[in-house]
Design a protein around this ligand. Structure first.
Ligand SMILES: [Zn+2]
Ligand SMILES: [Zn+2]
Length: 266
């Protein structure tokens, strides 16, 4: 296996998301140019009161997805629909209504909110011990995996480490091993896929060795399904850091999965 063999990407945002910069069509052209064969456009769905926009116009979104499927399918690019649900275990009724109303091919679940704060913000750490924040975050990801219905993939399960690392808070996964293993085991037994998010894999300082350790634990807990996703918010971010992703997976003894294999193994 080499990086060129990762030809799928099931997490990216178009202008249907408030923070997406490029149209679905532009994302498709870029993916095709990079030699990808399958992508999913996963727009944000958030119900947290701090989120600054409502749900995307999913009727228009599906119209566009269907139009582009017939455009790009014959060129060798399969286009999947999708959604990224923020804290779906805390907004069960809304999440159930949305995924019941639209035929999403892939439903990502993301822990975006902790203590009522966005996990990307420093306010999440304010007045708290970093180790407590990490413990609460990984435990909340476990609750999300256990309690959400109608989800397929746990997205960017390590994202809290971005802000923590920026704040200089060291992270040794061994100090939270039982919590993190519980969460990874839950993801495995629920038959969900784990996302290896490539967006921040090139950061220095980063948390590479911690990530590899956690992927190894996922493997040891019975997890096999890892999807490698960019979380691109613009076309130029598609395909980033695939070599780092390939290396991390192979060190953990894991193979990248396709959506079909990840979702049909259950
Ligand atoms: Zn996210
Ligand atoms: Zn995203």
């Amino acid at each position: 296996m080499n990086a060129q063999e990762i030809k799928t990407d099931y997490h990216m945002h178009s202008t249907f998301s408030v923070d997406g910069q490029d149209t679905i069509e532009t994302l498709c052209w870029r993916a095709l140019a990079l030699g990808l064969t399958e992508i999913a456009i996963t727009e944000h769905a958030e119900w947290h009161p701090q989120w600054h926009a409502g749900a995307p116009a999913f009727d228009d979104y599906f119209e566009e997805i269907n139009r582009l499927r017939s455009e790009f399918g014959p060129r060798g690019l399969t286009l999947y629909s999708g959604v990224e649900l923020g804290n779906p275990h805390e907004f069960q009724a809304q999440a159930r209504e949305l995924v019941g109303r639209y035929p999403f091919d892939v439903r990502l679940a993301s822990l975006h909110w902790l203590y009522g704060e966005n996990i990307h913000d420093a306010s999440c750490f304010a007045g708290r011990e970093p180790l407590d924040v990490y413990a609460d975050y990984f435990s909340a990801v476990g609750h999300m995996a256990a309690e959400s219905s109608n989800i397929d993939v746990i997205a960017h399960f390590d994202r809290i480490l971005w802000r923590g690392t920026l704040l200089g808070a060291a992270f040794r996964p061994q100090s939270l091993e039982s919590i993190i293993r519980d969460t990874l085991a839950t993801i495995a037994w629920r038959g969900l896929a784990l996302e290896l998010n490539t967006k921040l894999l090139n950061l220095n300082p980063g948390w590479r060795s911690a990530l590899v350790t956690m992927l190894q634990w996922y493997h040891e807990e019975g997890g096999r399904r890892v999807v490698v996703n960019s979380d691109a918010h613009r076309a130029s971010q598609i395909g980033a850091n695939l070599e780092q992703a390939r290396l991390a997976l192979s060190e953990a003894g894991l193979q990248p999965a396709t959506l079909q294999s990840a979702l049909s193994l259950a």
